[in-house]
Write a protein that binds this ligand. Structure first.
Ligand SMILES: Nc1ncnc2c1ncn2[C@@H]1O[C@H](COP(=O)(O)OP(=O)(O)OP(=O)(O)O)[C@@H](O)[C@H]1O
Ligand SMILES: [Mg+2]
Length: 416
């Protein structure tokens, strides 16, 4: 049955990552994950569907061959640029004195109709935050509970139609279709929010290549999403311009030196210029350019978080994505700029083989949870009317932060 296969794609500025999973009896069974170079995405926005199409179709067909599965429906993970969220509560009377999937679907439809959006917008996803059944708050596993009156607190994800339209164009005239649309940053909740930290205000910050995305959660409920169009590409660009390298050369140099660029900078016994193949790199220039840009990116993030109106309540920031986390003194720079406890999550903290695929895995998990709740009904009421560290900062070395790591382990333990 087609719906038993869950396929998700994270549309990143640097890479596309896809996951194929099967909805098992108890668990989500991951069959394969794969990533490839992204094209057509800039600063988190899809700007060229045609260019994007070839790589995406190729990635999907490779995964189909690897798994022997025939994919049709896809869940896409997109950036939160030009997307807003809003929270609402709807009430449904239970006609069978029990909570059934159709009651929840009814509530989702009601929510869709209850809010006003402009003609240029469309509701792309509805997240269920919690339920109140006859006055009692319930967070999950509501199906078949007895009751008469169900209130559901929901978060609606609203995007600009013309931006979403481009994603539909990728799959036009192919055998694939978009089943659901998820925000990459909100899917991060699946991995990083644990029962233990979810009561607090937590900010997830994903610094990628072209975009930095932020989401503030309280009690697991998204309170704000925001983004800034900066990331690792800006560091690369700065290096390319200042060192007169091509973008590709600068990106390679950056990755080679990120883990020891400060040690090299302060080591006076070295000549200023070191060689990588035929390229000469000034360690002083490297340090100064990179350091200034990282500080700027983090200050920007800090400002954005301040503008959410939740800043004073945020207990911790979880920083992931590959954009700046690999630089040697990242913890030091973070402490200089953020006054809030910040945890840097790097690939090795995730303890899995292909950690670059975490977001597509998280999206697959979201779709799986939703399918279990709504059974064979539409996955999400997508509005298709628009169809045309320093080692010390590393997570596993910080005791107080171990619960986050545990949560990550539980997440991957469950699905692998
Ligand atoms: N070891 C490293 N040192 C420094 N930078 C790195 C390293 N590895 C990757 N990067 C940088 O991380 C960025 C890619 O991050 P990521 O894979 O999270 O982006 P993405 O999800 O494709 O893009 P986005 O989320 O911005 O749309 C690139 O700028 C890349 O150069
Ligand atoms: Mg990303």
């Amino acid at each position: 049955m087609q719906q038993d296969i869950i396929t998700s794609i994270d549309f990143g500025s640097k890479k596309f990552s896809a996951t194929i999973a099967v909805r098992g009896k108890e668990n989500l069974d991951i069959l394969a994950v794969k990533s490839c170079k992204s094209i057509g995405i800039e600063k988190g926005m899809l700007i060229d569907s045609e260019k994007c199409k070839a790589n995406v179709l190729n990635l999907l067909s490779e995964l189909e061959i690897k798994t022997g599965k025939n994919v049709k429906g896809i869940a896409i993970g997109i950036s939160s640029n030009k997307v807003r969220i809003t929270e609402t509560t709807v009430i449904v009377e239970l006609d069978e004195d029990k909570v059934k999937s159709h009651d929840i679907i009814k509530a989702l439809k009601k929510a869709q109709n209850s809010i006003t959006i402009s003609n240029d917008e469309s509701i792309v996803d509805i997240l269920i935050n919690f339920y109140i059944l006859d006055g009692k708050v319930i967070h999950k596993d509501i199906l078949n509970w007895k009751g008469k009156r169900l209130e559901i607190n929901l978060t609606l994800v609203i995007a600009e139609k013309k931006e979403i339209q481009r994603y539909y164009e990728i799959f036009k005239d192919t055998k694939y279709n978009i089943d659901s649309i998820k925000l990459n940053i909100l899917a991060g909740k699946q991995i990083f929010l644990s029962e233990k930290n979810s009561m607090e205000y937590i900010a997830l910050v994903d610094i990628g290549a072209g975009i930095t995305e932020m989401a503030v959660f309280n009690n697991g409920i998204p309170k704000s999403v925001s983004s800034i169009p900066v990331g690792g590409n800006n560091i690369t660009n700065d290096l390319a311009i200042c060192g007169e390298f091509s973008f590709l050369e600068a990106d390679n140099i950056k990755k080679i030196y990120s883990s020891n660029y400060k040690s090299l900078y302060i080591d006076d016994s070295l000549p200023d210029e070191t060689e990588i193949g035929t390229i000469k790199v000034s360690r002083k220039l490297f340090y100064e350019v990179v350091n200034a840009r990282i500080e700027e990116i983090l200050s920007h993030i800090n400002m954005k978080l301040k503008n959410t109106g939740h800043y004073d309540r945020i207990c911790s920031i979880i920083l992931y994505g590959d954009g700046i986390n690999y630089f040697e003194d990242i913890g030091e720079i973070i402490r200089k700029i953020f006054k809030i406890k910040t945890q840097v999550v790097r690939k090795k903290d995730l303890g899995i083989k292909n950690p670059e695929n975490i977001t597509s895995l998280a999206i697959a998990k979201e779709v799986y949870d939703r399918l279990n709740l709504l059974e064979d009904a539409i996955i999400v009421p997508t509005n298709k009317s628009n169809d045309k560290i320093n080692e010390k900062e590393c997570l596993h070395n910080i005791e107080v932060e171990n619960h986050i790591l545990k949560k990550i382990k539980v997440f991957f333990g469950k699905i692998f």
